[in-house]
Ligand binder design. Structure first.
Ligand SMILES: [Zn+2]
Length: 222
């Protein structure tokens, strides 16, 4: 499997939301749900972090489209296939909406590769963020529902020694618990918010919502 796993489910923002067009790129494990070194292998292992659905609902009410970008190498390690990932993500959607009716995910992208597969999508490569941005900004068509998308070589290209690129939209942000998340967000040029994997997104929400807040200082190479 060369490409990455896509769920594309565009839904209008809440009617009262401001129209700044920002995208919140969110890592999954350690941000929305409790991560595990043994992977999240089944919906029954998916445990929501406190107030994560509320945080996603608040972000959408504040005008952000939501794009989840998650490394899920269990797929190419042969533990399970993309249908299991869809099953886990469908469960995630359901439990988030149960807790906050605005906690909707516009797009969920999963890289199935291992480091050695040298793909363009495994974070810190920004392939999934670049694809998500193009689709959510109407620059590239994408089939609604489940599909597989391929990265171009260009989508994996990053000058890690150069300056942080400029974001397309100054509201854009990346929220993650690991350096690989910060690297992918850096390559995309967006505001970075690193979270504690035990508490996830909610404690950093205030910072994200303040668009003057430029986020964490991060350097991919030192
Ligand atoms: Zn990949």
């Amino acid at each position: 499997m060369r490409g990455f796993v896509v769920q594309y489910t565009p839904t209008p923002l809440p009617a009262s939301a401001p129209q700044h067009g920002g995208i919140a790129f969110l890592d999954r494990d350690g941000v929305l749900n409790l991560g595990s070194p043994e992977y999240i292998n089944h919906p029954s292992e998916f445990k929501i972090l406190a107030n994560a659905p509320k945080a996603v609902g608040i972000l959408r009410r504040a005008g952000y489209k939501i794009c989840v970008v998650t490394n899920q190498s269990a797929i190419l390690r042969g533990l399970w296939d993309k249908n299991r990932l869809h099953q886990i993500h469908n469960y995630m959607r359901q439990v988030f909406l149960e807790q906050d009716s605005d906690a909707h995910f516009d797009m969920i992208l999963g890289c199935p590769h291992r480091h050695r597969d040298r793909c363009m999508c495994r974070k810190p490569k920004p392939g999934m963020l670049r694809f998500g941005e193009r689709v959510l900004r109407g620059l590239q068509p994408c089939k609604e529902g489940e599909s597989v998308a391929e990265s171009s070589l260009e989508d994996g290209h990053v000058d890690w020694w150069g300056d942080k690129p400029a974001a397309t939209n100054s509201f854009d942000c990346m929220v993650g618990d690991r350096g690989s998340d910060m690297g992918a967000g850096w390559a995309q040029g967006v505001r970075l918010f690193q979270v504690n994997d035990a508490t996830g997104i909610y404690p950093v929400l205030e910072g994200i919502l303040n668009s003057e807040n430029i986020g964490d200082d991060f350097h991919p190479v030192r």
